[in-house]
Structure formats: structure tokens, C-alpha cells
Design a protein around this ligand. Structure first.
Ligand code: 3PG
Length: 208
């Protein structure tokens, strides 16, 4: 089992993927893998998401597939049933934290402030998602977090692109960044997997 911290070490960028059709999921995952990206976060924002996770988990075993945008205990359970290998939450409530902890899977709970990060640290969690990263102060805010909270590691997400990703990846508290730019909706709809592979290749070299 991969730990949350090992998950962040797999690739410099965690692709945050929104799919309207589950059928596209395996080819999207293969294109990311071909580009050198070893994780995929499929967000539970569409009705197709759980089926997409199931297809990737069974058809593309070489990529580590997780569920993102997990906001309720029910969704955490559904993601486990679909075969998710990790869970990502945009923010954290006590009930949600209990549920994701109870799955036994690695997870990245969302926090946007020092107090939220401290509450998670109190529960023994040291690997977090910083969301929404750009709107919450960006890399400057995250750099400031590391003063009082040097033991925490983050996956910042929200408003990150190939242009500003290096600012985050330069911080010792950042394990990887998350972003949706690797899988543009137009490319997925057009089944333009070559573009996704090209974007993945570029992302895979970041932070190196
Ligand atoms: C997420 O859920 O992590 C974000 O919505 C992704 O943000 P982005 O689309 O700005 O990359």
C-alpha cells in the first residue's frame, strides 16, 4: 500500500481529471502514463466518475487511480467500492475525516489555512492538499505555512498551471502539485490523447 507521502512522490503533478464519459477514462490514463505521469485523480463531479475509476483500476493497473472531490462519507465508500487507491477531499469536516480514515486508504485532506492544517496535524495527518492554492495566497502563503508547520507536506491544487507549478515545486513542503491542465476538456471530447500525452510529458519533467 502506498502511503499518502509516497503518493506525492510518484509524479511532480497529480492530474485532476473531470470526465463526462467513463469510456474515455482508460485512454486518458494510458496517455498520462505514456507521458510519464503515474497517478490520476478522477473527481467525483460528474455522474461518470465512479465508473471511470472502476475502468481505470481494472484496465490500467500501472497507474495509481484515486477519487477526488470526495465531500461526503457516502462518496468515500463509493470510491472504495469503485477501486480507488487513494482519496482526495477539497476541505475537511470531522465526519468526512472519520470516513476517509476508516477506509484505510491513503488520503489527502484539503486545508486552506494554518488553523485547518493544524487541526489535521492534531489528528496525526502530515500530508495535505492545499486548496484552493492560488486563491488562498499561492506559493507565498504555503511558504509561510512551513515556518510554524515544518513537518507538513502539501499537494497544492487550484489555479496551478505549467507556468506557476515550478514556484510551488521549489518549496520543500511541496510533494507534488495538482492540476487539471493536463487533461483539457476539448482534448478529452475529441479523443485527442496525443495532446494529453504531450502535456503529461511536459508536466513529468517539472521540479526535476
Ligand atoms: C481541484 O479540485 O483540485 C481543482 O479544482 C483543480 O483546480 P484547477 O482546475 O485550477 O487545476
Amino acid at each position: 500500500m502506498t502511503t499518502s507521502s509516497e503518493l506525492l512522490d510518484l509524479s511532480p503533478v497529480m492530474p485532476v481529471v473531470v470526465l463526462d464519459e467513463a469510456e474515455a477514462a482508460p485512454d486518458v490514463a494510458r496517455a498520462l502514463l505514456a507521458g510519464g505521469i503515474r497517478t490520476i485523480e478522477l473527481t467525483l463531479r460528474t455522474p461518470a466518475a465512479l465508473a471511470a475509476i472502476e475502468k481505470v483500476a481494472t484496465q490500467v493497473p500501472d497507474i495509481v487511480v484515486g477519487a477526488g472531490t470526495v465531500t461526503t462519507p457516502e462518496q468515500a465508500a463509493q470510491a472504495v467500492d469503485a477501486g480507488a487507491a487513494f482519496l482526495v477531499t477539497p476541505g475537511t469536516t470531522d465526519a468526512l475525516l472519520d470516513a476517509v480514515t476508516g477506509t484505510g486508504l491513503p488520503f489527502l485532506p484539503g486545508a486552506a489555512t494554518v488553523s485547518e492544517a493544524m487541526r489535521l496535524a492534531e489528528r496525526g495527518i502530515d500530508t495535505l492538499k492545499f486548496f484552493p492554492a492560488e486563491a488562498s495566497g499561492g506559493s507565498a502563503a504555503l511558504k509561510a505555512f512551513a515556518g510554524p508547520l515544518p513537518h507538513l507536506t502539501f499537494c497544492p491544487t487550484g489555479g496551478i498551471s505549467v507556468t506557476n507549478a515550478p514556484e510551488y515545486l521549489a518549496l520543500s513542503s511541496v510533494g507534488c502539485v495538482g492540476g487539471s491542465w493536463l487533461t483539457p476538456k476539448e482534448a478529452v471530447v475529441a479523443r485527442d490523447f496525443a495532446t494529453i500525452e504531450t502535456l503529461a510529458k511536459e508536466a513529468a519533467t517539472l521540479g526535476g
